[in-house]
Design a protein around this ligand. Structure first.
Ligand SMILES: [Zn+2]
Length: 213
């Protein structure tokens, strides 16, 4: 078993895959937002530092993010394994992250759930969220024809940040900032690439098979 850095642009189903892998194979998920919330409630130096930043609504610097990673890794058993979800976001962050891994002698494998821009746009445009239970309905789920949530009857809404312009901007950021980090792992022979256009189950089976587990 090996630590995983999970990459995938919005719409690739990355978060879902992280949850399934954690459930099936016992990985812990490192997700910066979750770690920030955990630390902010903790009575420690780092906890107080994080709380101050998040309460003030400030952006968390790369330096702090790396402190959080170091804190997570320090408290991590040799036989435990993690999925790093949503980090690194850029090539420079990848470099600092790899420094932290090297300190604890870990060398994660990168898993990239790839999607073409067109596929991502098709999935994200027309996506609706239930205002009541939060369930997301993709364009593929025929959500266009649904008036209310089949699970709870709540109202289905298109998120304000799901306009074509906002989606294009997020995809651009991913292509310009994150893809160079992914390419670095490919060069190093540490990348597993899975086509995200396939269904959730198929993508998951392929990841598990390629991990050799
Ligand atoms: Zn609902």
């Amino acid at each position: 078993m090996q630590d995983i850095i999970l990459f995938g642009m919005q719409g690739s189903g990355k978060g879902t895959q992280a949850r399934i892998l954690a459930e099936k194979l016992g990985y812990k998920i490192f997700e910066t937002g979750g770690q920030l919330r955990r630390l902010a409630s903790e009575d420690s130096d780092l906890g107080r530092e994080v709380k101050e930043i998040t309460t003030a609504g400030k952006l968390v610097s790369n330096e702090i993010v790396m402190k959080i990673v170091a804190n997570f890794l320090e408290n991590f058993g040799k036989n435990e394994h993690a999925i790093f979800d949503g980090i690194p976001r850029s090539e420079s962050q990848r470099v600092s992250l790899e420094e932290e891994f090297a300190k604890v002698e870990r060398k994660p494998l990168a898993v990239y759930i790839s999607l073409t821009r067109e596929e991502a746009l098709n999935r994200l445009l027309g996506r609706k969220t239930c205002a009541k239970c939060g369930k997301i309905f993709g364009a593929k789920d025929d959500s266009q024809n649904l008036q209310s949530c089949p699970a709870c009857g709540g109202e289905l809404k298109i998120r304000a940040d799901d306009t074509r312009e906002a989606i294009e901007t997020r995809l651009n950021v991913y292509e310009n900032e994150t893809v160079p980090a992914i390419e670095k792992y490919r060069e190093e022979g540490r990348l597993i690439e899975i086509e995200g256009i396939k269904g959730v189950e198929e993508v998951n089976a392929e990841i598990v098979a390629k991990l050799g587990e």
